[in-house]
Every structure is written in structure tokens, then in C-alpha cells.
Design a protein around this ligand. Structure first.
Ligand code: GAL
Length: 411
């Protein structure tokens, strides 16, 4: 019997020693340009910590469609990963910080001497009551349109449209020429809301759009109704099979020369590059019509959950992703710009330099569907409304629902 207990003890010690050298990273970056960036980041980690085994815990589905629910269940069940992808802003603060599930990490940033190496606005949305709770690994831009240059050339579009009426004119020409004017893949719903929030930014302008989140702008503002009308009009130009495609499938339509435009965050830029395209050569980009001067911010961050099983390794992870080396390895592949202000610009392509310059000078606006602007309950309600709107096409009804959701879920 004693022998058995000794054996058991040895075995459990071996297990602790073994498990102590793991690191579980949770995200939804599973492919299509997303996984490539993550794996490159793992390589940087292994350069400094070769003995740590990384468990790449991913749940597929763009924008965290499926991952977010799995993560929440794990967090609520007391089974957190060591660190996880979460959008800076309400998704982090409202869901995990206010509820007491995260450790503050201000001290770590101070110890590493990098607390002043991130844009204030970005660090602010990762903070609560004076403490930082997550580290931004990137900044994606939400209000971009990517296009197939060859199609635009063939159809004779010399100047890219900058207003909605101009855009609709161009879409008409493309439709006539036999191409899909606007690629959409809303199988996972969020891409429709992504398009809607970009339109909303255009009709409200950055000041009023940002005002939606502090009560300064009412959802009864004419711009909300206008956005629904433009959205409805645009649906006349999307691929008929949009409801069965993912965002990658939609971007692929542009790559395959079947569709001209795709309104998508610049993770599509990362995807197009992994498919073999060069920005400016085979594909071009423009801001979503009517949003020049505004930058729809999407930021992926990682934090430290309370009771992380391998806390020390999680801290090592945070150190790597917050380093210039980590950020400059990840972002050129991912299609995002570094959150670090002292990154090496020479490593970024023409598109990303354009994005960096706009980020530095534009009005910054938090994305709704990518977790920064509003609490989860509002995002879910808006997402449902917009997706039903695609089939119902009832502006009045959708508007009413959005106003109710704002009353119910926004303070
Ligand atoms: C966003 C996320 C990006 C990208 C995209 C598509 O929410 O911030 O990094 O992964 O979803 O999956």
C-alpha cells in the first residue's frame, strides 16, 4: 500500500512538473491568414522559452463566432486557459474584468518599462479603474474595402468611389459586366453587422458615432435610419449565396476574380497575402465610402485570467506579445498594424503603412461587432436585427428594434 502511495506521489509530481511547462493559448485564429500570424508568434515565444509546450486551443469561426461562447463557459466554470484572445473595450471589461475574472497587469507593463509604448486611447480601453487588464497585440481597421484591380480596370473604373451614390454607380457597372459587385459571406452573421457599422459610421460621422456609446447621440438620429437604407440598397449587389459563405469565402471570390469588392476588416489583407497576392499589385483598397478621416478600431488583446493554470508561462507569453519583436513578427502577416508605437515601419507593406498613417491622424472609432464599443447583450441584439433585416428588408422595424436594444442594454 505504501509503495502505491509513493508511486502515486511520484506520478503526481511528474504531472505537476510536466504540466507546469505548458501554456494554453485560446483564440479563434484557425486559418485563412489568421493562423499563420499566430504560429509565427509562437515561434518567437519558443526562441526565448524553448522548453514550454504551447497548447494551441482554437475554436474556428471568424470574429469569435463560436470561440466566445466556449471561452465564457470555461471562464465561468473555473477552467480558464492561460491567456486568451479578447477585444479591447467592452468585451474585455464588461464580460471579464467587472466580473472579477482577470488579474490586473499594470505592474508587469511597468516592470518591463513599456507602459508608455502603447497609444493612450488603446491602453485606455484595456483598462478599468486605473489598472490595465490586457495587452493589445495589434490594431485592425474595420472600415476598409478591398478590390480586385483587374476587374475594376476591365470595367473601366479609374477613380475609386468615395461616396455611397458613387459606389452604387460603380456596383451597377460591375453587375452589368457580369461580375459579383460586392462579395459578402454572412453565414456567421457578424459580417453583415460589420458592413452595417461601417455604413453607420459614414452616415453619423465619427463625432456622432462615438456619441452613441456615451449617450451623447441618440439612436433616433436620422443617420441610423439612413444607414439601414443604404445597407438595404447594397444588398442588391451581393452574391446570392452570401448566407452560406464565411468571410474567407467572400474574400476568396475577390481573389478568384469573381467579385470586385469586399467590405472587410484588414485581416482580409493578411488572407489575400497568404493566398499569394501583393497589396497594390493584384488588389487595391479604399476606405468605406463616406468614412474618410475615421478609423474603425478593432484590437486583439491578451490578458491574465485569475487562476491561470500556468501563470508564470502566461506572463512570459504577455511579455513576448507586448515586445516589438513579437508585434513586428505577428502584424505584417496578420494584416494589422502594431499596437506598439516604437515598431519598425520598414517591415510593413504599403497597405499597412497607409493604415498606420491613418491611425495616427484619423478620428478613432470603436467597432461594435468586434467587441469594443458596446456590451455583449447590445451586440447580440444588433447582430440579430441586422441579419433579420437582410431577409425582412423592413427599415422601420429594424430601426425600432435597434432603439429598443439601445434603451435596454446601453447605459
Ligand atoms: C476579428 C479579430 C481579428 C480577426 C477577425 C476575423 O474580430 O479581431 O483578429 O480574427 O475577427 O476572424
Amino acid at each position: 500500500m505504501r509503495k502505491f502511495f509513493v508511486l502515486l506521489m511520484i506520478l503526481s509530481m511528474a504531472f505537476v512538473a510536466f504540466s507546469a511547462n505548458q501554456l494554453e493559448i485560446f483564440s479563434w485564429w484557425t486559418g485563412g491568414g489568421e493562423e499563420e500570424g499566430l504560429l509565427a508568434l509562437f515561434d518567437v515565444f519558443h526562441k526565448y522559452y524553448p522548453d514550454v509546450e504551447i497548447i494551441n486551443a482554437t475554436v474556428a469561426g471568424g470574429a469569435g463566432t463560436n470561440a466566445k461562447a466556449v471561452l465564457k463557459t470555461r471562464m465561468l466554470g473555473g477552467n480558464p486557459p492561460d491567456s486568451f484572445q479578447v477585444h479591447g473595450g467592452m468585451e474585455l471589461i464588461d464580460t471579464y474584468v467587472v466580473t472579477g475574472m482577470m488579474e490586473p497587469i499594470t505592474d508587469l507593463l511597468e516592470e518591463w518599462g513599456i507602459i508608455d509604448k502603447f497609444p493612450e486611447d488603446i491602453l485606455k480601453i484595456c483598462s478599468y479603474k486605473g489598472e490595465v487588464y490586457s495587452i493589445p497585440v495589434n490594431v485592425h481597421r474595420g472600415n476598409v474595402v478591398f478590390y480586385n484591380k483587374a476587374i475594376l480596370e476591365e470595367v473601366g473604373i479609374e477613380k475609386v468611389p468615395s461616396t455611397w451614390p458613387e459606389f452604387i454607380e460603380v456596383l451597377k457597372k460591375i453587375k452589368k459586366a457580369g461580375y459579383i459587385p460586392l462579395a459578402l459571406g454572412d453565414k456567421n452573421k457578424w459580417t453583415a453587422t460589420h458592413l452595417f457599422e461601417d455604413i453607420l459610421l459614414s452616415t453619423l460621422g465619427p463625432y456622432n458615432y462615438n456619441g452613441l456609446w456615451n449617450g451623447r447621440t441618440s439612436f433616433e438620429h436620422q443617420g441610423v435610419k439612413e444607414a439601414l437604407e443604404i445597407f438595404k440598397e447594397l444588398m442588391n449587389y451581393v452574391n446570392p449565396n452570401h448566407a452560406s459563405l464565411t468571410w474567407q469565402d467572400a474574400t476568396l471570390l475577390v481573389f478568384e476574380g469573381k467579385a470586385a469588392f469586399n467590405v472587410m476588416g484588414d485581416w482580409a489583407e493578411g488572407y489575400l497575402k497568404t493566398l499569394g497576392w501583393t497589396p497594390g499589385k493584384e488588389f487595391g483598397w479604399m476606405v468605406v465610402p463616406g468614412t474618410k478621416g475615421s478609423f474603425m478600431v478593432v484590437t486583439d488583446t491578451f490578458g491574465l485570467p485569475k487562476n491561470a493554470p500556468h501563470r508564470e508561462n502566461a506572463i512570459k507569453w504577455l511579455k513576448i506579445i507586448s515586445s516589438v519583436e513579437g508585434q513586428d513578427t505577428f502584424n505584417p502577416i496578420k494584416g494589422s498594424i502594431p499596437a506598439r508605437i516604437d515598431a519598425d515601419r520598414s517591415l510593413y507593406d504599403d497597405y499597412l503603412i497607409w493604415s498606420m498613417d491613418d491611425f495616427a491622424t484619423n478620428a478613432l472609432c470603436p467597432s461594435i461587432i468586434h467587441g469594443s464599443a458596446a456590451p455583449e447583450a447590445f451586440v447580440t441584439a444588433l447582430n440579430d436585427t441586422i441579419n433579420m433585416f437582410i431577409t425582412r428588408k423592413d427599415v422601420k422595424k429594424a430601426l425600432k428594434e435597434i432603439i429598443y436594444a439601445a434603451e435596454d442594454y446601453l447605459e
